[in-house]
Design a protein around this ligand. Sequence first.
Ligand code: CU
Length: 195
Amino acid sequence: MFTTTRTRRLLIGSGLALAGLLGAACGSDSASTSAGTNTTEAETAGAAADSAGDAIAISGAWARTSPSEVDTGAAYMTITGGTDDDSLLKVEVPSAIAGMAQIHEMVPAGGGTESSMAMGSTDSTGGDEAMVMQEVKGGLEIPAGKTVELAPGGYHVMLMELAAPLKEGSTFDLTLTFDKAGEKTVNVEVRTEAP
Ligand SMILES: [Cu+2]
């Protein structure tokens, strides 16, 4: 799964025009095959922001199965900005799934943040570097035309007070509220690893 994540990050780094490619790649794991196809689209990167009505897009939403001994879980997705800069203000989860949801980010331990929590080994990213997670305050920025990944080891939607363990193959809705785009509902699939 890290191969996929890294590939996507490389793609993201190479230009605004990739927003479309990433959108097209959602649902299958074809991002790795699109690396060589962006040459011509890159030329139109400047025009991408001009296309009227480009809405924020959310793809690949999934949540990791949760062990029965914890009452927290995490959900991930890819958010691609629309025509305007926007920000994700809050995430809501049905009470039948969890008591509350927060937007979190992973930061290196010892980063000087006061409100961070130590990360449990169940969500380890596999590295030796100690990471802690903290709530993203004031909204998660989604710049116009840029793609923001919520992925293991980075930003995620923290599900707290789970009503029951997240079982593989089940699904639930999350409601995302953006500053400008308003409310968007995404269906989240529970999986053991990234799609
Ligand atoms: Cu978290």
